[in-house]
Design a protein. Structure first.
Length: 497
């Protein structure tokens, strides 16, 4: 239940992991030239600083430059600032000139951040400099610079913002445990802060996103206990239920959701609670009870809610490798949706499901270790084929879960293969990327990216994209992520003789 399927404004807050076409975080088939995984370190995060009405504000966009409000700079700083502004307004003619401009900007920002520690633009200089480093995947440099900056902060609001950004950098660097630690340390020292609620919520999101759903559920339990009457409390309760389900405690989740459904203040979240109840039953392998809950949504007059019920049922069958029932559910969903963009996404999801049960296309690629890598060599095992890239930020979020998956199932008839869509000639860079993040499984480079033969064969339209191949060499499921992916692998392994 990793990525929400937010098709319409009327749709639910939560869903299963979804097929790749519905993974709203999925990287597009045509990434921008020179795209880095952290072009926007705050993407997908709420940095309002007020989950229940507290203030705080968000960071200034590092790419936007310092505020243009009238500010008097020193005679030494002003010329450098003007030169920086001139660079920002320049229009590069090609990639080479763009790279030269970025290098010049980095030199200027380095001077400004070091020579003018009292500047009103001090934070903006550091943010822009860190962002340039992140865009070049220079994570260690970015972390060192920003850690040093945060250590100089005294005001609580600045420390909060600096800590949140540091946690973001760690997260996009694949260091989720360190990211959680940074937030936990802030909470330990600022338990009564106006920003504690926002930090605790961010901590739960990171814990859950990295696969530690039990810790995320516990963190949100503390949140609800501390702020029982907050505006956001109903959402926190629902998120806690989601994490409980993913942690394998469907019984507690169902009990808490039943209590929530009886509360008048939960009326506007009724459909969300019903969906999660269905999900809890499904994860507990009680499909009969799950279908009863999905049916409640499917019969709702709101087409968005009804569609979500069908999508939930579709994914439940998809993870079990039941192509016919998955297709029947998504076809019913297509009858409820009329918006062209949503229809296109559903049709893409249907194409993905259409691969199920078919022989998985074989491929022979040169492995990063210098040895041939093919799918047929793993016949007799359940294989997870992970299409990813080092420039794909959403792929970073999957790494902790994949790492845990690899470790937990290493004694079973299971193996993992990574297929990277990085640029030709980036083998050494990719090897370091995987090594730094504990990605111990074998991988190969599909040098032509989305146009490569292997991507064309598997219909890869966005990444991350996961395909589970059963022991007989057939596609068992495709497009699942997170807890649903893990469950689908379990179902495929259960059929291995």
């Amino acid at each position: 239940m990793r990525a929400p399927i937010l098709l319409l404004a009327t749709c639910l807050l939560f869903s299963h992991s979804a097929t790749a076409a519905f993974a709203e975080e999925a990287a597009p088939a045509n990434p921008p030239a020179g795209a880095g995984p952290a072009a926007d370190p705050h993407a997908g995060h709420d940095h309002s600083g007020g989950d229940h009405g507290h203030g705080g504000g968000a960071h200034q966009d590092p790419a936007a430059g310092p505020s243009h409000a009238p500010v008097k700079l020193t005679t030494a700083e002003q010329p450098l600032y003007d030169e920086l502004e001139k660079l920002r307004s320049s229009q590069p003619k090609d990639a080479k000139q763009q790279e030269e401009l970025m290098q010049s900007a980095e030199k200027l920002l380095t001077r400004l951040s070091k020579e003018f520690p009292a500047s009103p633009y001090r934070e903006a200089y550091h943010l822009q400099l860190v962002n340039l480093m992140l865009s070049g995947q220079r994570f260690d440099e970015a972390l060192a610079l920003w850690r040093g900056y945060v250590q100089t902060l005294k005001e609580e609001a600045q420390l909060y913002q600096g800590t949140r950004f540091l946690a973001d950098i760690l997260e996009v660097s694949g260091k989720h445990d360190e990211s959680a630690k940074v937030l936990s340390e802030f909470l330990a020292g600022h338990a009564n802060s106006n920003y504690a609620s926002a930090v605790r919520h961010a901590l739960a999101r990171i814990q859950g996103g990295s696969g530690d759903s039990a810790a995320a559920a516990a963190t949100l339990a503390d949140q609800v206990k501390l702020y029982p009457d907050a505006v956001a409390t109903p959402q926190w309760r629902l998120e806690r239920a989601k994490f409980l389900i993913e942690a394998g405690d469907s019984k507690t989740a169902i009990s808490e959701l039943s209590g929530l459904l009886a509360k008048p203040e939960m009326a506007r979240f009724h459909a969300n609670a019903v969906f999660l109840t269905a999900y809890a039953h499904e994860v507990a392998s009680d499909m009969e009870a799950a279908q009863k809950e999905f049916a409640k949504l499917q019969g709702d007059p709101d087409p968005g809610v009804s569609a979500q019920g069908y999508l939930g049922e579709c994914e439940a069958w998809q993870k079990r490798g039941n192509k016919e029932k998955a297709l029947a559910a998504i076809d019913s969903c297509l009858k409820k949706i009329t918006a062209p963009a949503d229809v296109a996404r559903l049709q893409a999801a249907r194409r993905t499901i259409g691969f199920m049960g078919q022989p998985a296309p074989d491929f022979d690629l040169p492995g990063l270790d210098g040895k041939p890598l093919s799918l047929k060599a793993s016949r007799g095992q359940v294989v997870l084929v992970d299409f990813f890239a080092s420039w794909c930020r959403p792929c970073y979020g999957e790494i902790p879960g994949l790492r845990r998956l690899s470790e937990r199932r290493k004694a079973e008839k299971f193996t993992m293969i990574g297929v990277s869509l990085d640029a030709p000639g980036s083998e050494k860079k990719l090897q370091k990327f995987m090594q730094d993040r504990g990605m111990t499984w074998r991988a190969a480079l599909a040098a032509k990216g989305f146009e490569s033969e292997v991507c064309q064969k598997y219909g890869v339209e966005g990444i991350p994209f996961m395909v589970v191949v059963d022991a007989e060499g057939k596609v068992f499921s495709a497009g699942l992520r997170g807890a649903d992916l893990d469950a689908s692998i379990g179902f495929a392994l259960a059929k291995v003789k």
